[in-house]
Ligand binder design. Structure first.
Ligand SMILES: NC(=O)c1ccc[n+]([C@@H]2O[C@H](COP(=O)([O-])OP(=O)(O)OC[C@H]3O[C@@H](n4cnc5c(N)ncnc54)[C@H](OP(=O)(O)O)[C@@H]3O)[C@@H](O)[C@H]2O)c1
Length: 290
């Protein structure tokens, strides 16, 4: 008998399920896309049961979940509820990809860009805006690759909490928090860093041109903010390995091509088995073959 059609069930915490994520699902080859918006954690179990109680275990790899929405913390709650609702002891589970606000694919693409130019193990890196969902994942992925990560925030306590969360996941992580409350704190934070990733909020400059002379060891600068003014002054949003003053630069659109490839590859990967949970590390691993 022919394989059953692939079904992707999109659970989105925003009122309208993301059009972006829907287009990528189709481009990744999904046959049928069921999109649910405004999904709340208490509604997830019913939706997951609809997925796992319909097809037999051998066909469940043809059904999968995608968790999106602009609120990454809410996406993480939806993922936790989805996993709770599955019944792996009876093979009643489906694979799931978390990419709320594009955080996993964006962070993975940024770290892949860095890895094109630097051996990440022992690379001294600084993640500006390291407390946001994207910055935390960039710092996590860099730490997993053995980089020495400095995680910046305007508030040291927030940087400490984010660094602690990474160490809880990666006990061997070499990650230190840095409070960058004012421009005067920047030269010390950047001085010995070969890699700087700016993952600050949209439209916020985190690294001005005035600080560039202090970036003595800088080899690669990656800015994920696509909304002017950009996060790293002097880079362009479409930079993709563009050399500027001996520094290799990437902008948000420059990183975007890899992000899109990772997103499509992750959706396609869901249908290989029914027991996968694709979060930051798993999405990053997909970049190996791209
Ligand atoms: N290309 C893509 O597809 C894509 C996808 C997702 C995100 N992005 C971009 O990636 C970047 C990071 O995303 P995100 O969702 O993680 O960002 P976010 O949560 O909005 O902000 C990240 C961090 O920036 C810092 N920040 C916020 N407002 C600030 C201000 N006025 N001045 C200085 N620092 C400020 C905060 O850190 P502290 O308060 O701890 O200092 C915050 O945790 C954004 O620019 C976003 O647009 C791109």
């Amino acid at each position: 008998m022919a394989d059953k059609r692939t079904i992707l069930i999109q659970l989105d915490s925003d009122p309208h399920p993301s059009a972006f994520d829907r287009v990528v699902a189709i481009d990744a080859g999904v046959d049928e896309l069921f999109s649910y918006g405004g999904v709340k954690p208490e509604q997830v179990a019913g939706l997951v049961h609809g997925a796992i109680f319909t097809r037999g275990p051998k066909d469940l790899k043809r059904t999968a979940l995608f968790i999106g929405g602009s609120d990454v913390a809410q996406g993480e709650k939806l993922l936790a509820e989805a996993l709770k609702a599955m019944i792996p002891a009876y093979g009643l589970r489906v694979s799931v990809l978390l990419d709320a606000n594009g955080a996993n694919t964006t962070a993975a693409a940024a770290v892949r860009a860095a890895a094109r130019h630097l051996a990440l193990k022992d690379t001294k890196a600084l993640v500006l805006g390291g407390t946001g969902p994207v910055g935390q994942r960039v710092a996590l992925l860099l730490a997993r690759q053995g980089a020495q990560v400095r995680l910046g925030s305007r508030q040291l306590a927030r940087a400490q909490a984010a660094a602690e969360a990474i160490r809880a996941r990666v006990p061997e992580a070499n990650v230190e928090p840095a409070g960058i409350a004012s421009p005067a704190d920047l030269p010390g934070a950047v001085a010995d860093r070969a890699l700087i990733v700016a993952a600050g909020a949209a439209g916020v400059v985190l690294l001005t041109k005035a600080v560039r002379p202090a970036c003595q060891a800088l080899k690669v600068a990656i800015d994920l903010n696509a909304v002017p003014p950009l996060g790293i002054e002097g880079t362009e949003v479409s930079d993709s390995a563009v050399e500027r003053d001996v520094v290799i630069c990437y902008g948000a659109i420059g990183v975007g091509a890899t992000k899109m490839k990772l997103h499509r590859a992750a959706v396609a990967k869901l249908f290989e088995r029914n027991d996968q949970v694709l979060d930051a590390e798993e999405v990053y691993a997909l970049g190996e073959g791209l």
